[in-house]
Design a protein. Structure first.
Length: 430
């Protein structure tokens, strides 16, 4: 309900004449679509952010991205702490659920750490981007500062909104733009519990929790695989990386492996990408990033818990073990539920989009996964979608942003141990 309230508020502000310069678009649905995309930190757009919205409207979008990334409940709890200097039991439970803290007494400290970490990463990224924009692209410091701050907030929150009509295609071979944005995207996608553990003193690898190991190692693996495959498929294609220099191809390949991890920026035209690249991007978008962060998707931990469950089943082991720790059957069931509900959402959204559009299954599936994973990448069809298709994408973005968290939390809270055991029977599998 809090997310819906902010979406409606944001849409109302974007419908103000002061927010837009463009004409010819349906103001109501355009405002709602942009508000949903911003609050759900997705980045899909039906109009050109750089030209359709005024600086005031762009500021509204940036505010919605920041609120959506930080989390409505976390932000409300933090404000309550600042104003009342105290917090009730209900507020602590809400904050604990939102930030995924394991220690009930650490909620207040975690909230301030989250705020400090977010501010630090966004400020550092904005500083580098501002300097680069001012030196190489913008005429004055004020414009460079606005561009640097906007893209820094959008990057850390994995939103993908840009202030250029071609997003980041014009900077595809500029490491001073792409690398800082990629760094902010990765940091935001790791999740706040991981960042907090990494920043603690005397944190040794041997003392890492299972969640930290899964997130860090899983992120490294997916980045290596994503960057390598993107480079292999697009290296010599004249529509994408072909015209770039060797260094430009390396930088663009880095972006091609990082941005599908729910960031939504694009440094190439995905409408011209090869089918192989689109398939790899689909997989990366669906998996997403770390839990309790700004990334979307079913999350790395969900994917890896299912992988280890399959691996241990193949090896004939009764227990699922990761890093010398056993994973409870309830965690495995939660991971399976989240993953299968994600598949169901993508399939349902794809079928509805096929009904409302005339585009191919390849493009529609890419759009559906991008919306559910709150990624924001597109093959270029978002601008031309009918209103019915836009509402489908809005539902997918909203589901992808809060659906997995809500489902996982509700499953954990509704767990009730059965006091008796029913007779066991084994159906034929496969």
């Amino acid at each position: 309900m809090a997310f819906l309230a902010v979406i409606i508020l944001g849409a109302g502000l974007l419908m103000l004449p002061a927010s837009r310069t463009g004409t010819g678009a349906d103001t109501v649905i355009t405002a709602f679509f942009t508000s949903v995309s911003a609050v759900c930190v997705t980045g899909l757009v039906t109009v050109d952010t750089a030209t359709f919205w005024t600086p005031f409207g762009q500021g509204i979008i940036l505010g919605l991205v920041q609120v959506g990334g930080f989390g409505i409940m976390t932000l409300a709890t933090l404000l309550a702490l600042l104003v009342r200097k105290s917090i009730g039991l209900r507020g602590q439970l809400v904050a604990q659920s939102e930030t995924h803290t394991l220690n009930f007494g650490d909620v207040r400290a975690v909230l301030f750490r989250v705020a400090r970490i977010m501010a630090a990463f966004e400020a550092a990224t904005a500083l580098v981007l501002t300097a680069r924009f001012w030196i190489a692209y913008d005429d004055n410091l004020a414009t460079a500062l606005w561009h640097g701050a906007f893209h820094a907030v959008s990057a850390f929150n994995n939103a993908g909104f840009g202030l250029y009509s071609d997003n980041l295609i014009g900077f595809a071979d500029d490491p001073w733009i792409i690398v800082p944005i990629c760094g902010a995207v990765i940091a935001g996608g790791l999740g706040f519990p991981v960042l907090i553990q990494l920043f603690r003193r005397n944190t040794r690898i041997k003392n890492w929790s299972v969640h930290l190991r899964l997130t860090i190692y899983g992120t490294i693996l997916l980045l290596v695989v994503g960057i390598s495959l993107f480079a292999a498929f697009e290296w010599n294609r004249p529509e994408t990386l072909g015209p770039l220099s060797l260094g430009g191809k390396v930088v663009a390949s880095l972006a091609g492996g990082v941005f599908p991890r729910t960031a939504g920026f694009n440094s190439i035209d995905y409408g011209a990408a090869s089918p192989d690249t689109l398939m790899v991007t689909n997989i990366l978008m669906f998996i997403g990033g770390g839990s309790a962060g700004t990334a979307g998707g079913i999350k790395i931990t969900t994917f890896l818990v299912l992988f280890f469950a399959i691996w241990n089943e193949i090896r004939g082991r009764d227990q699922v073990t990761i890093a010398h720790r056993s994973i409870s059957s309830s965690s495995q069931r939660q991971a399976l539920t989240v993953a299968l509900l994600g598949v169901a959402a993508v399939i349902s959204g794809t079928l509805l989009l096929l009904m409302f559009t005339h585009y191919s299954l390849e493009k529609v599936l890419f759009e559906s996964i991008s919306a559910f994973g709150t990624v924001g990448l597109s093959t270029g069809i978002t601008y031309n979608l009918a209103p019915g298709a836009q509402w489908v994408l809005m539902a997918l973005m909203f589901t992808g942003r809060i659906g997995t968290i809500t489902v996982a939390s509700s499953l954990a809270l509704s767990s009730r141990p059965r006091l008796y055991q029913l007779p066991e029977e084994r159906p034929i599998i496969g």
